[in-house]
Write a protein that binds this ligand. Structure first.
Ligand SMILES: [Fe+2]
Length: 345
């Protein structure tokens, strides 16, 4: 399915939800479509459109709050997001999306200890052999990296993040992202890159997502797989020539792929030249702020390696501000239901 198909599907769902604001499945499909297409504000606003038609007494209201939680987090309303997420988990303890969204809040605020504590709570009735479970382990490993726990993060990779056969492309992207971030911190993934590059090749999922393709490049580049990288470049170039290719592949995915390649080729100045123009414009690639942040981390590392001290300091400051984007508490009203004071637990 291409981005155009998702776009058309979202348009149909948009009209459907105006007349059927209680259709939770349609809301979830649209929410995930907004995530894939990088429609960040719609992650919040699509839920806001229907919120007034729901009350806490309605079955499934917790799931609605879980989606609102993620939308608020992606629009930097972290305190409100966390309160909505914690309430969502109270109402639906097995809502993996709400648990995941609160983890995003901790990630963006630079609270890895809190995030680890939150993610390690055992959840009854959860299965751990699916894509969402692996994604949450990816979040957990990022928090371990933030605490300097490289060995634990690698163990988490080996146990659950390393993709098996026929996983979601986003799980492959998470695997690349984790090993790449570990490498930026001086860690050594070793032969894991070779195994991961083989998984990317076996799945052959590139050319469909401007977010996924640069992650495939990380694996081929780091594994020294020239044939894989060449096949990826050709697929990305074909995508660049197709519908939406100029905005997504030519302006974003292709420079990102070459920027990552420049790191391994020992050309950090070229890396920063390629990645810097992308940093304010990565949203259309899709996925979350936390996932796209690998571009900023790579540019920052390249600036340090190339002795661009002022640029490195500027990018480090940009990275640090994620921990301070905290908005005031307020309330979310739910006509027919309770109001929730938005103060984090
Ligand atoms: Fe996530």
């Amino acid at each position: 399915m291409g981005c155009g198909d998702i776009d058309a599907g979202l348009s149909a769902l948009e009209h459907h939800l105006v007349s059927h604001p209680s259709d939770l499945l349609a809301l979830q499909l649209a929410h995930l479509g907004d995530l894939v297409l990088g429609r960040t504000t719609m992650l919040r606003d699509r839920i806001a459109r229907v919120l007034g038609h729901w009350s806490e007494n309605d079955s499934g209201y917790g799931y609605l709050l879980g989606m609102l939680d993620f939308g608020l987090e992606e629009t930097f309303a972290f305190e409100q997001a966390e309160v909505a997420g914690r309430r969502a988990v109270q109402l639906q303890p097995h809502d993996a999306w709400a648990v995941h969204a609160v983890a995003h809040v901790c990630e963006m605020q630079g609270r890895p200890a809190k995030g680890l504590q939150w993610l390690k709570v055992p959840r009854a009735d959860w299965r751990y052999d699916n894509g969402m479970a692996a994604h949450k382990k990816w979040h957990l490993a990022l928090m371990q990296l933030a605490r300097g726990e490289h060995a634990q993060a690698l163990a988490m990779y080996d146990e659950t993040v390393a993709p098996g056969p026929e996983v979601l492309s986003l799980n492959l992207a998470d695997a690349s992202s984790l090993l790449w971030r570990l490498q930026l911190r001086g860690g050594e993934p070793g032969e894991r890159w070779t195994a991961l590059a083989q998984r990317w090749k076996a799945q052959g999922v590139w050319g469909a997502s401007a977010f996924v393709d640069p992650h495939a490049a990380m694996a081929f580049i780091s594994a020294g797989d020239r044939a894989g990288l060449q096949a990826l470049r050709q697929a990305a170039a074909s995508a660049a020539a197709g519908p939406g290719g100029e905005a997504l592949w030519r302006r974003l995915a292709l420079p990102a792929i070459e920027g990552f390649a420049a790191v391994i080729e020992g050309k950090p100045v070229r890396c920063t030249e390629l990645l810097l123009p992308l940093l304010p414009a990565t949203q259309p690639m899709g996925s979350s702020h936390a996932q796209r942040q690998v571009l900023l981390l790579t540019a920052l590392d390249a600036a340090r390696r190339s002795g661009q001290q002022a640029m490195a300091a500027a990018l480090a400051a940009e990275q640090a501000v994620h921990g301070s984007r905290v908005l005031p508490s307020r309330q979310i009203g739910t006509p027919g239901g309770a109001n929730h004071t938005l103060t984090p637990a």
